[in-house]
Design a protein. Structure first.
Length: 255
């Protein structure tokens, strides 16, 4: 029997139903398991039965990677590791861009995904100390594009620039985008590879990932989500520190 089948069996057991009812009480419920696999199985079964996303808080990133390796085998549609920074939220030291991008990718996935019960997120206790924007603020900033959508190129240019993306001649780094005729390339900070949109008029005809080095198109996908590139860690607001209104207007003229 696969681990995914074990989860399905446990989720439908009477004991899991009793535990779900017990979880509604205000006092803490402590469940002990001999092994990490046992802890993962029990927590996943409870989340699946409750049709809820799973949040696991671990002491260290190494513990998080161990949880992640097992959760990947249990049928979760998305298993995400929320990155943390060693910088205190009360310090003025800037947080590495890669950390912020990883955090925004996880947050946008949780906010925008309609199948929230299929997401498992692991984070450290330290990661919970960060100041974050309100969920609605993130959702309003994210740009969702699906195959078959009709695009207003002026609006798309404005939204990309407002999210911190820079227009360039070629798209070979995160946070950049470019346009060549009916082809728009965007290197989103929440995706390992940049995305190429092929337009038919104003309609998104094709969406593909592509190699930033060779520029060759790769696998076709159905939709993309573009997240902002930065957060003000003190105010918890999404910001664009690199471009002002004049620069945005200049890019709009070149659409």
């Amino acid at each position: 029997m696969s681990l995914e089948s074990v989860i399905s069996t446990l989720a439908n057991s009477s004991l899991t139903e009793q535990l779900i009812n017990r979880c509604t009480r205000e006092d803490r419920l402590t469940i002990n398991a001999e092994s990490l696999t046992g802890k993962v199985l029990i927590s996943s079964s409870l989340a699946k039965k409750a049709e809820s996303p799973l949040l696991v808080i671990v002491p260290t990133i190494e513990d998080g990677n161990r949880w992640l390796s097992i959760l990947d085998l249990l049928g979760w549609k998305k298993t995400l590791l929320y990155p943390h920074s060693e910088v205190s939220p009360f310090e003025s030291t800037p947080i590495a861009s890669e950390i912020i991008w990883g955090q925004l990718a996880v947050l946008s996935e949780l906010i925008s995904n309609s199948q929230r019960d299929s997401i498992a997120i692991i984070c450290t206790e330290r990661a919970l100390h960060s100041h974050l924007p309100a969920p609605l603020s993130i959702k309003e900033k994210c740009i969702s594009i699906k195959k078959g959508d009709e695009l207003d190129l002026t609006e798309l240019s404005y939204n990309l620039t407002n999210c911190g993306y820079t227009k360039a001649s070629t798209t070979d780094q995160e946070g950049m985008w470019s346009r060549r005729g009916d082809i728009i390339d965007i290197y989103t900070v929440n995706n390992e590879l940049p995305i190429r949109m092929e337009l038919y008029g104003d309609i998104v005809d094709k969406l593909r990932e592509f190699d930033p080095v060779t520029q060759r198109s790769l696998d076709e996908i159905e939709e993309i989500s573009v997240v902002p590139i930065n957060i003000n860690v003190h105010s918890g607001e999404l910001v664009n520190e690199t471009q002002d209104k004049n620069e945005i207007n200049e890019e709009l003229l070149n659409v």
